[in-house]
Design a protein around this ligand. Structure first.
Ligand code: AMP
Ligand code: MG
Length: 409
């Protein structure tokens, strides 16, 4: 059987970043730049006012003080988006709004709060420093300067910077499209009433939501019946529409577990099946026409844990990320955890992590059965109980994967 580490390595060795694509800024948040970008323009493009006030010559206001004010002739009004048609001459000023280009002749802006308007004149009662409240052309970015390095993960500020220099489309690795197939004759949609022996399909929602949260595009293929024909049709559809396929359920050794057989019929190459872990032991991984296929067991927690630990890193590699894994840390365990038998598997325990006196402390977030989704609700980390350990008690050190920042829940 494959270890967790081997499984992850085998998966990551099988996937490569998707070819870059020009993408509009509205669609680019969180995507990874496929090229270094230099600035084609200067920012700000022209010298402009940082305040609403009066564009003046500092020299004219040199004598102004609390008891010796200066009066200047106001030539015109200059809103943002307009350019002055005349220059500021000695003894004059132009009323100017934030962002409007500094008129010729002026070198400073006196904020409106430091002035008194007197008809067509303005009174200034404080000295003005030359260059005050003026934003110089190019003070933010110079033409040709590196804006963003290759591999940069686009954040809101970077999107604004790209827009400011006229780059309305950027070369990025696209979001991976991930087909998510839930399977099982027992499943009904969340909005339907289950008949005898039936349950609602909750995994289609957890798994699609996880894919979205990972920055990918989920393609839901919900509630595929447990027949060879239905599984074949669903996998064929997934193969044509997605970069990654995730099947859920039907991967164990039950009589109605058709995923493996159908993948073999379709010519998929098995990379591994079964991992020394709990939950998610029956996890399998195949390549179908080179496309990654994850076969994930149906238990609700197993589904989420496998998405987190294996599908997420693969999606991130496809989308060009350099950092594929969640932060890992050593924490102090609080509470008790015991494997029912020494099974030689790594157990991924749902825990809630918190900082306490500079240490990271983790406590189980509820019962650990692989179908108990409620204990996933307030879990923000997975603690890794090593294969050779049997139990954890308060005070033990444990490695954890930090799945979520703790401030939200
Ligand atoms: P399987 O891996 O198909 O043997 O399913 C294992 C367990 O997970 C069974 O109890 C299933 O009913 C349950 N299960 C499978 N698929 C889903 C799903 N989409 N939503 C909720 N539970 C599921
Ligand atoms: Mg099933």
């Amino acid at each position: 059987m494959t270890t967790c580490r081997e499984a992850l390595d085998l998966i990551l060795d099988s996937v490569a970043p998707l070819p870059p694509r020009a993408t509009t800024l509205f669609d680019a948040l969180g995507l990874v730049l496929a090229d270094r970008l230099g600035s084609p323009e200067t920012v700000p493009p022209f010298t402009n006012s940082a305040m609403d006030g009066y564009a003046v010559r500092a020299e004219d206001c040199a004598g102004a003080g609390s008891d010796t004010s200066v009066s200047l002739d106001v030539l015109s009004d200059l809103p943002a988006g307009s350019v002055a048609t005349e220059a500021v001459r000695p003894g004059t000023a132009i009323r100017i709004m934030t962002g409007a280009p500094i008129p010729a002749g002026a070198d400073s802006v006196v904020p409106v709060e430091a002035t008194t308007s007197e008809g067509s004149r303005v009174r200034i009662a404080a000295p003005v420093k030359r260059g005050a409240n003026v934003r110089l052309a190019g003070e933010d970015l110079r033409e040709g300067e590196e804006l963003l390095p290759k591999g940069f993960v686009l954040n809101p500020a970077s999107l604004g910077i790209l827009a400011s220099v006229g780059l309305s489309e950027v070369p990025v690795h696209p979001r991976a499209r991930v087909a998510i197939l839930t399977t099982g004759d027992e499943l009904v949609a969340a909005g339907d009433k289950p008949g005898p022996g039936q349950i609602r399909d909750s995994n289609i929602h957890t798994m699609c939501a996880q894919a979205l949260a990972f920055g990918a595009v989920p393609v839901p293929i919900s509630r595929v019946p447990d027949t060879r024909e239905a599984v074949t049709a669903a996998l064929s559809r997934a193969r044509n529409t997605a970069d990654v396929i995730v099947t859920n359920g039907g991967i164990s050794v039950g009589d109605y577990d058709f995923i493996k057989a159908v993948l073999a019929d379709l010519g998929a190459r098995e990379v591994f099946w079964k991992v020394k872990q709990k939950p998610g032991g029956p996890l399998g991984f195949w390549l179908l026409d080179g496309k990654p296929v994850f076969g994930i067991p149906g238990n609700t927690v197993a589904a989420m844990v496998c998405m987190e630990e294996y599908v997420r890193p693969a999606l991130r590699k496809l989308m060009g990320h350099a950092n594929l894994l969640r932060p890992e840390a050593t924490a102090v365990f609080e509470g008790s955890f015991r494997k029912t038998v020494q099974d030689g598997k790594v157990h991924l325990v749902r825990v809630r992590a918190r900082r306490e006196n500079g240490r990271l402390v983790v406590a189980p977030s509820g019962p650990q059965g692989s179908g108990i989704l409620s204990s996933m609700l307030r879990s923000n980390a997975l603690a890794l109980v090593p294969a050779d350990a049997l139990a954890l008690k308060t005070g033990d050190e444990v490695r954890v994967h930090l799945v979520e920042e703790p401030e939200d829940h």
